[in-house]
Structure formats: structure tokens, C-alpha cells
Design a binder for this molecule. Sequence first.
Ligand SMILES: N[C@@H](CCC(=O)N[C@@H](CS)C(=O)NCC(=O)O)C(=O)O
Length: 215
Amino acid sequence: MLKIYGIPLSPFVRKVHWALAHKGIDFESVPTMPGDDSAEYRAISPLGKIPAMDHDGFTVSDSSIILRYLDSVFPDKPLYPDDPKQNARVCWLEEFADTKLVEVCAVFFRERFVKPMMMKQPTDESAIQDAQDNLMPPLLAYLESQVQQEGYFYGDALSVADLGITSAFVNARYGDYQVDAGDCPRLAGYLSRAMQSPLVTEQLAIEQDIMKNLA
Ligand SMILES: N[C@@H](CCC(=O)N[C@@H](CS)C(=O)NCC(=O)O)C(=O)O
């Protein structure tokens, strides 16, 4: 049995759920909040971060490590290409998404979704302004220079680059942030294709159900 610990509002947990859905592998989603400091959870995720995985008693944490493991154990529909250069490129795009892009998308998510809706706290408009004017533009410019005009973000098959980048922007979307098609036509076109793909629309509907059941 495969269990994924976390909640899919986390871009990292969402990435793993999407990978498993793409590969057609059943799993149990075990709702776990970020920073869970129970001894049981720390045993499988020593930093207390989500996601973590339990596969027939083998446990490991971190979305990228989980995805690499899953790609080896379930090699159909690989998310990491075999070719060394293509592999390095998608790993880099995953890293870019998981570090800087998630961090900036999280400003919109935190300020316009988590704080007002979940914590009943006011939005810090200056944080939003800074993200919009200063933090996001260089990231968008880079992604605009890398994304393909058609199809997937990189290459000719869905890869972890698509999962990481699209998942980060889902968090920005929860915070009412959209990429402007006038400024970044290729990236906006890509995100519109990705968000409307059957994988993403189906998974976002499941995400809504999971979150409703937790509320
Ligand atoms: N590199 C990790 C990052 C995971 C991560 O930062 N998860 C956040 C939730 S989005 C978390 O659990 N934060 C709690 C904490 O840092 O204590 C991964 O790819 O899984």
C-alpha cells in the first residue's frame, strides 16, 4: 500500500498527487499538516515537512525524492527523462519551481488566502505589492524565456518540470494572481493549457473535496 502524508494545498504534496494520478497508481492520502511534530510523523519526516511517503513500510520524505523513487519503482510514463541533458534540464526546472517560484507564489497564497480565509488575519498589501512589482517579474521573465510555444513546458512528454511549475502557480491562483498574457504570452499560454488539462482539472476537483472534508 502506498500512503502520501500531507494536504494538497501544499504545492509539494500536490506535485506528488499529480504524479501518481498521471501514472495511474492508487494511493491513500493521509491528511497531515505542515510542521507536524508528533513522534510518529517525525520518524518518517524528520524535518516535519509535507509530503512524506510510506510504500509497503518503506518511508521517505521530500517531494523530489519521493518522485524520483516513484519513477524508479513505477517506470511507466516517466517524469524524469533518461537522456542525461534532458534529465538535468527538468531537474533544474523542478528545483527552480520548488525553491524560488514556490516562495514567491506563496506570498499571494498566504496573504490573500491563508491569512483572510483560514486565520482571520488581514492581508499585508505591501507584501503583495512587493511580490507583484519586484519578486515575480524576474521569475516570469526567466520562465518566459524557457517555456515552449506549444505542448509541455519542456520536451515532448509531461515531466516533473510541468508538475512543479504548474503546482506552484496553483498556489498563486488561490491568491488571485494570474500571469499577464500581455507581458508573458508564452508562459500565460502554457499555464492556460496546463490548468485546463484533464490531469490538472481532475486533480484540482479532488483537491477541493479533500479540503472540504478537512474543513
Ligand atoms: N523540499 C521539500 C519542501 C517541503 C515543504 O517545505 N513543505 C512545507 C509545506 S508547503 C512544510 O511542510 N513546511 C513546514 C515546515 O517547514 O515546518 C519538498 O519538496 O517536499
